[in-house]
Design a protein around this ligand. Structure first.
Ligand code: EPU
Length: 302
C-alpha cells in the first residue's frame, strides 16, 4: 500500500498549487495536504521523511515560484482553524503560523500594539514570515519574535527562542522545519500614531513597488551594502522581458508576469539578470524567492 494512503482523507493528488501562488504560474504538487491539527501534520511529516519525500509549506504563496513541471512532494497548507488563531495577553501575542501577516499588522496597529507596523505591505503568513525573517529597510520579524513552536526532526513539538532561530537577513536556521505558531512581544503605543506609521510604510511600498501586478515581491536578496533593485536598474534592465515575464519599470527587483507567461519565462529572466549584473558590477545576485521543482528537472541552473 502506498505510504500516503493513511492520510488519504486529507490529501489531494496532483493538486494545481501554481495557481495559488502570487505569480499564478507553474504546475501541480504530487500531494496537497491540509492537516486539521498538529498531530496529523506530525504523523505525515514522519512518514514522508521515512519515504524520503520532500515536504514544503505553502503560506500566502508570495515568495514561491512553482516550476512548470510542478513539485514532486507534499505541499502543506496550514489553513485549518487551529493554525489560524490569535491570542493576546497584554502586549504578548500568540499567533498561528497560518495567520496573515498583513491583517495582523493592521489589527495590532489599530489596537495600539507597536512592532509590526513596519511590515505593512508584506504579503505573508506568520509561518513563512518567520522562516525567511521577512521585513524591509525599517525592520524585520526577528525584532518581535520572542519564541516559536516548531515541529522538530522527529515530529515532536519544540519551543525555540529567538536566539535559537538564528535570524539573519531574510534567513533563519529553521531549514525544512515547520513553524506552528509564534509568540510575539509588542510594545504598547498610541493607536493613532502606530496606525499612521503603518499607513506611511504601506503608502511608500504602493508608491515604489508594482503592487497591483502579478509578482512575487523582490526576486533577489540585497547583496551586502547594496540594493539589488538599484543594481538591476543601473544595469539598464528595467522593462527587459523573457516571454511573458518582465523586469518591472517601477521597481527593478520585481519580475512581473502577463497572462500567458510560464515559470520558465521567469527563470530565463532571472538568469539573464544575474548574468548582466555579474558582468557589469561583478556582483552575484542570490534568489530571495524559492523555486519549487521536481528533484530531477530540466534547467536547474538557478
Ligand atoms: N532603487 C532603484 N531602482 C529600482 C529600485 C530601487 O534605484 O528599480 C533604489 C531606491 O531608490 C532606493 C534603494 O534602491 O534608493 C532601495 O530601494 P527600496 O527602498 O525599494 O528597498 P529595497 O532594498 O529594494 C527592501 C526589501 C523589500 C521591502 C523594501 C521596503 C529586500 C530584497 N527587499 O527593498 O521587500 O518592501 O525594502 O522596506 O530586502 C520583499 O522582500 O519581497 C520586498 C519587496
Amino acid at each position: 500500500m502506498s505510504w500516503w494512503r493513511e492520510f488519504a482523507s486529507r490529501i489531494e493528488c496532483d493538486a494545481p498549487i501554481g495557481r495559488s501562488t502570487w505569480f499564478r504560474l507553474g504546475g501541480c504538487a504530487r500531494f496537497l495536504f491540509r492537516p486539521q491539527d498538529v498531530s496529523q501534520l506530525s504523523s505525515l511529516l514522519v512518514r514522508a521523511r521515512q519515504e524520503d519525500v520532500p515536504v514544503k509549506v505553502l503560506g500566502s504563496g508570495a515568495n514561491v515560484l512553482v516550476s512548470d513541471d510542478g513539485f514532486d512532494g507534499v505541499v502543506v497548507r496550514l489553513d485549518s482553524e487551529v493554525f489560524r488563531t490569535t491570542n493576546r495577553t497584554a502586549d504578548r501575542l500568540d499567533v498561528g503560523a497560518g495567520v496573515g501577516l498583513m491583517p495582523l499588522a493592521r489589527l495590532c496597529s489599530e489596537q495600539g500594539l507597536s512592532g509590526l507596523e513596519y511590515l505593512a505591505g508584506i504579503p505573508a503568513t506568520v509561518g513563512g514570515a518567520v522562516k525567511m525573517n521577512a521585513g524591509g529597510r525599517l525592520g524585520d520579524l526577528s525584532q518581535v519574535v520572542r519564541e516559536i513552536r516548531v515541529l522538530g526532526d522527529d515530529g515532536s513539538v519544540e519551543t525555540w527562542d529567538n536566539q535559537r532561530i538564528g535570524f539573519g537577513y531574510r534567513h533563519s536556521e529553521l531549514g525544512d522545519r515547520i513553524v506552528l505558531s509564534a509568540r510575539l512581544a509588542l510594545q504598547p503605543g498610541d493607536p493613532e500614531a502606530v496606525t499612521k506609521t503603518f499607513d506611511e510604510c504601506f503608502d511608500y511600498k504602493r508608491r515604489v513597488q508594482p503592487m497591483a501586478e502579478r509578482s512575487a515581491g523582490c526576486v533577489f536578496k540585497n547583496p551586502a551594502g547594496e540594493s539589488a533593485g538599484a543594481l538591476i536598474d543601473r544595469a539598464g534592465l528595467k522593462g527587459t522581458s523573457c516571454g511573458g515575464a518582465r523586469v518591472s519599470s517601477r521597481h527593478a527587483n520585481f519580475i512581473v508576469v502577463d497572462s500567458g507567461a510560464t515559470a520558465s519565462d521567469v527563470l530565463g529572466l532571472v538568469e539573464r539578470i544575474q548574468e548582466r549584473v555579474r558582468r557589469v558590477f561583478d556582483v552575484e545576485l542570490a534568489l530571495e524567492i524559492e523555486v519549487w521543482r521536481p528533484r530531477r528537472s530540466k534547467g536547474t541552473s538557478v
